[in-house]
Design a protein around this ligand. Structure first.
Ligand code: GH3
Ligand code: MG
Ligand code: MG
Ligand code: MG
Length: 311
């Protein structure tokens, strides 16, 4: 084993932080020692992270709910309650399952450290800790938690958002549209006579068709658009800053291109069409109502002969 080269480690940590493109990581520090919490907070803030400190553990769940941390740094010894007790309580809530818990403590007794980890929690950092070690530990946990969270919200067949996540995204965009006053459109797409496709060419061929539509949507739509697989062969697309008329033109182009794709199953080739319904925000319509209107337009498109886009 060669000895570790500290300067090389520091520059690779810096590279990691500079390469990080997404939103800043959200880190929460719970420590009864306000000076220490402020010190750690400063170090992490200097690495472009968003930090919330908390001294009173009784406000923990409430603060987590408003701040929505991606990593939790937890002191082990606090008056009235211990870090491991808090960690156990957090782990009872499914909504925080994805948040790594790192203990921060002056506890050097390995048995006490293990005990804390076995109760709940993911890692243990002993105080005092060097700034870089703190940054690296928080960074790696945050990075992993975010990748996991992204992977879990993606549908495995298409890579698009899953049902619950596209609904959440829709709610966010509707809120944003209400603030900006710009129109946002919601599109519901459904493959035509897809049962027939499965029955004739097999389920695997059907899966290829679903993947092809997902790829086409990804290619033709913008980065700011949200794409979700809403159900089996049903998709929801949210187009911010886009009127229903603009959406109709875009989706019409997608419909036309999709219907021209020649699919292959053994010696057979076949085409599949899609129908789509569109609704537009009107300043106060709730996300559920917008989905319902898009669904009604989709129903009209199906009723009217399929292979068409309706507003
Ligand atoms: P319509 O034009 O009215 O939409 O007719 P349809 O046959 O497409 O009717 P419907 O939307 O009710 O049928 C959905 C079919 O899609 C039924 C189901 O077998 C198939 N399906 C759902 N999910 C998947 C999937 O993941 N893979 C494949 N291959 N088929 C799927
Ligand atoms: Mg303490
Ligand atoms: Mg269908
Ligand atoms: Mg359907």
């Amino acid at each position: 084993l060669r000895p570790l080269d500290i300067t090389q480690l520091e520059s690779s940590l810096e590279r990691c932080l500079n390469r990080h493109l997404g939103a800043p990581f959200r880190v929460m520090i719970v420590d009864d020692d306000a000076d220490l919490a402020a010190r750690y907070s400063l170090v992490l803030r200097n690495s472009q992270m968003l930090v919330q400190t908390l001294q009173d553990p009784s406000l923990l769940l409430e603060t987590m709910r408003t701040f929505n941390p991606e990593v939790l740094l937890l002191d082990v010894n606090m008056p009235h309650c211990s870090g491991p007790e808090l960690a156990q309580m957090i782990r009872l809530n499914d909504e925080w399952l994805r948040v790594p818990i790192i203990y921060l403590s002056a506890e050097t007794d390995i048995n006490r450290q293990m005990e804390a980890l076995l109760k709940a929690g993911d890692d243990f950092i002993t105080k005092p800790i060097s700034d870089n070690a703190l940054i690296a530990s928080v960074y790696s946990h945050a990075q992993r938690a975010r990748s996991l969270s992204t992977a879990l919200s993606r549908d495995s067949l298409t890579g698009l958002l899953k049902h619950a996540d596209i609904k959440e995204q829709l709610a966010l965009e509707v809120e944003r549209a209400a603030r900006s006053g710009k129109p946002t459109s919601v599109v519901m797409l459904d493959l035509d006579h897809f049962k027939r496709v499965n029955d004739t060419y097999g389920h695997a061929a059907g899966d290829n068709v679903i993947r092809a539509l997902a790829n086409l949507l990804r290619q033709r739509l913008r980065r700011i658009d949200s794409l979700g697989r809403y159900g089996g062969e049903e998709f929801v697309v949210v187009l911010p800053e886009c009127s229903a008329e603009q959406a109709r033109r875009i989706i019409e182009e997608i419909r036309s291109r999709f219907s021209a794709i020649s699919f292959r199953a053994g010696v057979h080739t076949f085409n599949v069409s899609l129908s789509a319904g569109i609704s537009e925000t009107d300043g106060h319509a709730k996300p559920g109502v917008l989905l319902e209107r898009a669904d009604q337009a989709l129903y009209a498109a199906k009723h009217n002969g399929r292979n068409q886009v309706r507003v």
